[in-house]
Ligand binder design. Structure first.
Ligand code: GDP
Ligand code: IMO
Ligand code: MG
Length: 427
């Protein structure tokens, strides 16, 4: 039975939440394997809009067990806020399971995220300010706090004290802030212990047993390939592994068990925060894409930077993730353009590069080389088969498939759950 990874092929917000939600009816488990509440997934069901940050999108499907894997960083206040809000709207969250090994975002890391950004000045990353980077840094530095630590008050106190030993020097001497009281942080975290306890599991054992029993598991990535800490536009990335390998390390399921890797890409491109973006349109065409596509962040409300589809990025995502399928979203947003450019290669200081440059400096210098496709004017939001799309829209999809070196198995033509064309089954 299949284990399927769904991940972002660009810089995030490709519509992963909708793709995951759509597969919900045929899936038994949805596991989030990286990131935290820096993610924002908007899912529209019967005209009702749900904005998810920390919870896996599977929470919206009654038959699904949503799992937060060990690779995720959990802000407990956000977790219970999100649960409270969803339950108030009639969504049952009692099925949620959380890995004992997932790390917790203590409040001091939110503070550090924000002051560090301010300190970076012109070199700032444009983070979401949710404490994601400092919490993953603590994990690697071996001074992180894990969910399981909440169940041993004296261990927790020791760990918080240990983590704050250096951080308080930083806060006071470098950032000119007040020191944080370890006892207050410990108390704050302990408040959640009993509430979280019934959800805590050995997620690796749970998921492997599920696969043994023939269940279907969907691995849902936060962020995206170009924001991956190893394969993205470092340092303008998030601090976790958002690519396919992260699904294994972030869940405790081995790579030999994975059947499909699905990349989600927009028919154009967006990016939030700082960092290079070759096809960015800084003119009224970009403003038009933003307005038509509703490109404002689900998490921070920031306007997303917009540009044409970058097929070099898509091809790169196919390679580093070993994609088996692409889901191409928001094709409806491109209706009405006379001609639609696709970036097929880069001009780097006068040299043509067909693949992602090896070094970051070249990527910062990359100018898009475009190929123009004819546009269409017909409303495509009601199309439910590939054949119902106008010829120009079909050609556009086929060209992206060819340039991306991966078949396009589904096409999004609107935000609603139903607004999708399926070409090849994903499960
Ligand atoms: P995620 O972070 O990858 O889950 O994506 P977001 O939810 O942050 O952003 C995607 C946005 O596009 C959401 O507002 C979705 O409702 C919307 N969306 C997804 N697919 C489509 C589509 O095919 N057409 C249109 N018009 N909107 C879509
Ligand atoms: P979803 O899952 C788009 C960006 C931030 C910033 C950089 C680092 O909705 O696709 P962080 O707070 O993670 O340390 O910020 O990464 N970023 C995202 N951009 N979609 C996301 O998530 C993002 N999560 C982080 O804007 O540039
Ligand atoms: Mg998003």
């Amino acid at each position: 039975m299949p284990a399927v990874i769904v991940l972002g092929a660009q810089w995030g917000d490709e519509g992963k939440g909708k793709a995951t939600d759509q597969l919900g009816a045929d899936v038994d488990y949805v596991v989030k394997f990286n990131g935290g509440n820096n993610a924002g997934h908007t899912v529209v069901i019967d005209g009702e809009k749900y904005a998810l940050h920390l919870l896996p999108s599977g929470i919206l499907s009654p038959g699904v067990t949503p799992v937060i894997g060990n690779g995720v960083v959990v802000d407990l206040e956000v977790l219970f806020d999100e649960i409270t809000h969803l339950e108030a709207r009639g969504i049952d969250c009692s099925r949620l399971r959380i890995s004992a090994d997932a790390h917790v975002i203590p409040s001091y890391n939110r503070t550090l995220d924000r002051v560090t950004e301010r300190f970076l000045g012109a070199r700032q990353i444009g983070t979401t300010g949710r404490g994601i980077g400092p919490t993953y840094a603590d994990k690697m530095n071996r001074v992180g706090i894990r969910i399981q630590d909440l169940f041993d008050a004296s261990i927790l106190a020791q760990k918080v004290e240990g983590a704050l030993e250096q951080k308080n020097h930083l806060l006071v001497k470098i950032f000119n802030r007040r020191a944080v009281d370890p006892a207050a942080v410990t108390e704050e975290l302990l408040k959640y212990a009993e509430r979280v306890r019934p959800m805590v599991v050995d997620a690796s054992a749970l998921l492997n047993d599920a696969l043994d029993a023939g269940k279907t598991v969907l691995f849902e990535a936060g962020q995206a390939t170009m924001l991956d800490v190893d394969h993205g536009t470092y340092p303008y990335v998030t601090s976790s592994s958002a690519t396919a390998g992260g699904a294994c390390t972030g869940s405790g399921v081995g790579p030999t068990r994975i059947d499909r890797v699905v990349g989600v890409a927009k028919a154009y491109t967006t990016r939030v925060g700082e960092g290079p973006f070759p096809t960015e349109l800084l003119d009224e065409v970009g403003d038009g894409l933003r307005a038509k596509g509703g490109e404002f962040g689900t998490t921070t409300g920031r306007p997303r930077r917009c540009g044409w589809h970058d097929a070099v990025v898509t091809r790169y995502a196919t390679r580093v993730n070993g994609l088996t399928d692409l889901v191409l979203t928001k094709l409806d947003v491109l209706t009405g353009y006379e001609r639609i450019p696709i970036c097929v290669a880069y001009d780097v200081d006068g040299v043509r590069m067909d693949e992602m440059p090896m070094d970051e400096t070249s990527f910062h210098h990359a100018k898009p080389i475009y190929e123009e496709m004819p546009g269409w004017t017909e409303d495509i939001t009601g199309a439910r088969t590939f054949e119902e799309l106008p010829k120009a829209a079909q050609d556009y999809v086929l060209r992206i498939e060819e340039l991306g070196r991966c078949r396009v198995s589904a096409i999004g033509v609107g935000p609603g759950r139903e607004a999708t064309i399926s070409r090849f089954p994903l499960l």
